[in-house]
Design a protein around this ligand. Structure first.
Ligand SMILES: Cc1cc2nc3c(=O)[nH]c(=O)nc-3n(C[C@H](O)[C@H](O)[C@H](O)COP(=O)(O)O)c2cc1C
Length: 230
């Protein structure tokens, strides 16, 4: 029989679990500027109450997409790793270099392979895009290019993005040297974590987000060719 004591509240609301973020930099390079930005973003997300799975692109790297390989040997381990980590997360953060005004091939290739799983792992997942570059534009054009495949796959890409220009001179120890820039990064990540928290734990707000985009969850599947024989 359930017991009740004067010392315990009759109703004890439990705090929701922390939101889980997958964070990675879309570069294979050691000493990567985007790797530094990803690590900084991970720390800020943790300060804002999230738990973080910080992974390197090396763990997600895949051979060039080949439909024959897919039919004969299936989807490669790098894409399977990304699918599992997306499945285990509420949202993702990518810090991506810009190559020739677009996203790096290594990232697009992994996205293409990962999109072959069903259910398709990007669908309805929230994402935040960051970039770092030694250039004055900070790699921002690459992020606009990156939005296209991710939104095509049904990911809810956060409207604000953060691009760090002159990134080779921008870091000071474990923060950005420029205080207003650090403040902008802090606020962008705090707002993203809040949205993910609302979407994960408070479904009325999730519905509002979907209505804003104008399509229900699952619509992304209709825009992608079905896997032959699946
Ligand atoms: C093939 C190639 C193309 C690049 N194109 C651009 C570009 O369009 N815009 C830009 O800002 N930087 C460009 N860069 C410079 C990269 O931003 C720079 O190498 C950066 O440090 C790469 O990111 P990482 O440090 O995280 O590896 C390019 C670099 C390479 C190797």
């Amino acid at each position: 029989m359930a017991s009740w004591s004067m010392t315990e509240p009759a109703f004890s609301p439990r705090a929701p679990r922390p939101v889980r973020l997958l964070v990675f930099a879309a570069t294979l390079r050691r000493d990567s500027l985007n790797g530094k930005l990803a690590a900084l973003a991970a720390r800020i997300a943790e300060i804002n109450g999230a738990t973080v799975d910080l992974v390197t692109m090396r763990e997600l790297d895949t051979p060039s997409y080949d439909g024959d390989d897919e039919r004969e040997t299936g989807i490669p381990p790098g894409a399977a790793a990304l699918k599992k980590r997306l499945d285990d997360s509420d949202a993702f953060v990518i810090a991506s270099p810009e190559y020739n005004g677009s996203m790096p091939g290594v990232l697009k290739n992994t996205i293409d392979w990962t999109s072959r799983f069903r259910p398709q792992p990007f669908d309805t997942r929230h994402g935040l895009l960051l970039s770092a570059s030694p250039s004055m534009t900070g790699g921002n054009r690459g992020l606009w290019a990156l939005r296209v495949p991710l939104e095509h796959l049904g990911a809810r890409i956060f409207p604000d993005m953060f691009s760090l220009s002159m990134a080779h001179k921008a870091f000071a120890e474990d923060r950005l040297a420029d205080d207003p820039l650090q403040d902008r990064l802090d606020r962008t990540i705090a707002a993203f974590v809040s949205l993910v928290e609302a979407s994960t734990h408070y479904h009325c707000l999730k519905r509002a987000w979907v209505e804003f985009l104008g399509e229900p969850p699952g619509m992304g599947d209709d825009r992608v060719d079905p896997i032959a024989g699946a």
